[in-house]
Write a protein that binds this ligand. Structure first.
Ligand code: FMN
Ligand code: 173
Length: 410
């Protein structure tokens, strides 16, 4: 770390960009972790397009506007977030660094940024809540077919002060990730899927703890059938029952499940849906009274061939018409990406992999660096584009460049 001269910012001269952070992380992670974190589903084209979509837009900078006071902050969950950017929930952060989600929580607290915690975290939701203190935190939820697991998790989250539940809706089946399959990905000892270990008799705990096929899988086959809600006595997937089988819930549907979740979460926690990609589903989300939407394709890890999230964003924004907040994640690697997403109508953005790379690079310090790089870039972009307030970032600041180089106003 270079010592800052007066009035200068602190830089890590070995790591000045998120691209460099990715490169440092790549050589520090073992192959299984690197592949699990970085890959997308199938050929990975949606993962790539999430990133490339940002290059289709260019900024129209305005000048001579006195940008000496730039305010990058926004209100979210009754809190003033330092930037319009939060940390998306990603599973098993202890694979990147032993401090895992706790390091991420501490870095978020320092930066004044909201954190999403995965249901499949390697730290308990209570420990993460304690580490982040009064900075808002939300719990990502996979609604299990065994409702009791979800009910317990929701009750714990309420007690620990989580502001919202983000129901992940893009995993009715798990996307095909070929490197994960080839590596026979398993959570190495001593790490645990921390939120499900308290009740060793439960299916989820028994199967997520070691990720392997065991005597429990046979029990699961017979016991879990009543967990399906369509009345059919279907057989759960064959083969090893792992936490992957539990994350994917093919029975999820709007009427029954959103109503159930809203009742369970009220009044303390909001209910958001994460993984909306169309105007039709955005309208359904509004009709079902959810509190907010995250336009997401799970970082290109689910349906490969799905639209890049930045390309899905405008139709969602148009459909929602300001009735509820619309957030976006996927492929955000620069401050200018955040600016472009906001200009296209997003209220807030989230980053997934860059935080994992920060963790792998230097634990909490690496996450702090990641968040600082984004914050500095957002401020610089706003200033150079001629904006001093986040609310002022509108589509007037963007043009779209098509493949032949033709530039059009939005
Ligand atoms: C390694 C990894 C694990 C993830 N785990 C979860 C998860 O447990 N729950 C969830 O809803 N999304 C999960 N996501 C998706 C992220 O929340 C987010 O949508 C995505 O990472 C955003 O794309 P980005 O990585 O390009 O920023 C995961 C993503 C990655 C890369
Ligand atoms: O890897 C993922 O993208 C993910 O969401 C997940 C997390 C834990 C278990 C299964 C899937």
């Amino acid at each position: 770390m270079a010592a800052p001269a007066k009035g200068e910012q602190m830089h890590d001269l070995n790591c000045l960009t998120i691209k460099e952070l990715e490169q440092h992380a790549a050589v520090r992670m073992d192959k299984q972790t690197r592949d699990y974190y970085n890959e997308g589903a199938d050929s990975g084209s949606t993962l790539l397009e999430n990133i490339q979509a940002y290059a289709k837009y260019r900024i129209r900078p305005r000048v001579l506007r006195d940008i000496s006071r730039i305010d990058t902050s926004v209100s979210i969950f009754g809190f003033r977030s330092s930037v319009p950017l939060g940390i998306a929930p990603t599973a098993m952060q202890c694979l990147a660094h032993p401090d895992g989600e706790i390091a991420t929580a501490r870095a978020c607290k320092k930066a004044g940024m909201v954190m999403g915690l995965s249901s499949f975290a390697t730290s308990t939701l209570e420990d993460v809540a304690e580490a982040i203190g009064s900075t808002p935190h939300v719990l990502q939820l996979y609604l299990f077919e065994e409702r009791e697991h979800s009910r317990k998790l929701i009750a714990r989250a309420k007690k620990a002060g989580y502001k919202a539940v983000f129901l992940t809706v893009d995993t009715p089946m798990l996307g095909r990730r070929n490197l994960e399959i080839r590596n026979q990905f398993k959570l190495p000892k001593p790490y645990k899927i921390a939120n499900f270990t308290e009740d060793p008799s439960s299916d989820a705990a028994a199967t997520v703890m070691d990720g392997s096929s065991s005597a429990k899988s046979d029990e699961h086959k017979t016991e879990s059938a009543p967990g399906y809600h369509d009345g059919e006595n279907r057989t759960p997937p064959r083969g090893p029952i792992t936490f992957h089988t539990h994350a994917a819930n093919p029975t999820l549907c709007w009427d029954r499940d959103i109503e159930w979740l809203k009742k369970e979460c009220a009044p303390e926690m909001q209910v958001w849906v994460k993984g909306i990609a169309t105007a039709e589903d955005a309208l359904l989300a509004v009709q079902h009274g959810v509190d907010g939407i995250v336009v997401s394709n799970h970082g290109g890890r689910q349906l490969n061939g799905a639209l890049a999230t930045l390309d899905a964003l405008p139709e969602v924004v148009a459909a929602v018409r300001g009735k509820i907040p619309v957030h976006v994640d996927g492929g955000i690697r620069h401050g200018t990406d955040v600016f472009k997403a906001l200009a296209l109508g997003a209220d807030f953005c989230w980053i997934g992999r860059p935080v994992l790379w920060g963790l792998a690079y230097k634990g909490q310090e690496g996450v702090e660096l990641c968040l600082r790089l984004f914050s500095d870039e957002i401020k610089l972009c706003m200033g150079l584009a001629g904006t001093t307030k986040v609310e002022d970032i509108t589509k007037d600041y963007l043009v779209k460049v098509d493949r032949s180089g033709f530039v059009s106003r939005l």
